[in-house]
Design a protein. Structure first.
Length: 294
């Protein structure tokens, strides 16, 4: 099932998307939002599946899709350096001493106010940063609480997957000691969506094709099979001694092709169109738009 969020008659609603038909079934309001369905567990998803049959159907073109999730337990959880080609492409370009390849996943967080919908504008303020970079990623949503989850059981805790773009401000990263929180937490800069694809529709998260285009030019093009640490390993490592809860969002890292590692470098600018897609999960189309942030 593909769960989308949109507003009907001033109320936020959940819908079940039929991508082939370019349509969405509007689920009964009593089932709540996608956030409610995520936290409701298998029973809530079963109820949504049952309700989709016979529910009113709208063309996708008739609704404005919003971020599927808008209620977050905590900061967005993120993974750095999870494609070795990406790790290597930035050697000597990080503005600080280059580390060796990590032997365990590298985690950080970004603020939830970064999240925007699949067609919303990406906020851009040249007074804040002159190095706005794109990062196509696969995001996952935890559907079942767990701590110290064994790798062999990790995928059982995933409710579903989304497309994300971890838009980053490289100069802000380096201005604050090279850490990632500040340079990745600017408001209204992380598209998420276009819908939440439940895990039963994704038999192998290690076989997804990730792409990013800017103004029609393909700049990132990779398979999740290239991840340094696969999804199950990420969950097992992150949850060790730390409870993951239903509704937590984890970004799984970006592949090579980022703008700051290119020669010459490519950074986003006002008016650019960023298209982020993951085969089987959908596509984000976001325009970069000048916005007063400072």
């Amino acid at each position: 099932m593909r769960l989308a969020s949109f507003t009907v008659d001033g109320r936020r609603r959940a819908g079940a998307v039929d991508e082939a038909a370019a349509a969405v079934a509007v689920l009964p309001e009593r089932l709540g939002t996608v956030d409610d369905l995520v936290r409701g567990g298998p029973a809530a998803l079963d109820a949504a599946r049952a309700a989709a049959d016979g529910a009113p159907v709208l063309p996708l073109t008739a609704v404005r899709l919003e971020s599927p999730l808008q209620r977050f337990n905590r900061d967005i959880l993120c993974t750095g350096w999870n494609y070795w080609d990406h790790f290597e492409e930035s050697r000597g370009k990080r503005g600080h001493e280059d580390p060796d390849r990590p032997i365990r996943p590298t985690f950080f967080t970004k603020g939830p106010d970064t999240v925007i919908g699949p067609g919303d504008d990406i906020a851009y303020d040249a007074a804040l940063s002159t190095q706005w970079d794109y990062e196509a990623e696969i995001a996952l949503v935890i559907g079942r609480d767990g701590r110290s989850i064994p790798e062999s059981e990790a995928l059982q805790h995933v409710l579903g997957y989304l497309v994300a773009n971890d838009v980053s401000q490289r100069d802000l990263q380096r201005a604050h000691g090279g850490q990632w929180l500040k340079g990745k937490s600017i408001d209204a800069t992380m598209p998420l969506g276009p819908w939440l694809t439940t895990a039963d529709e994704v038999p192998d998260p290690g076989a997804l094709h990730v792409q990013c285009e800017v103004n029609g030019v393909l700049l990132q093009n990779a398979s999740s099979a290239q991840m340094a640490f696969p999804v199950a390993r990420l969950i097992a490592e992150l949850s060790r001694g730390m409870t993951l809860r239903a509704g937590d969002v984890l970004l799984t890292g970006t592949p090579s092709g980022i703008g700051s590692a290119r020669d010459p470098q490519i950074f986003l600018d006002d008016g650019d169109l960023v298209v982020t897609r993951v085969a089987g999960l959908g596509e984000l189309r976001n325009r970069v738009a000048a916005t007063a942030l400072v």
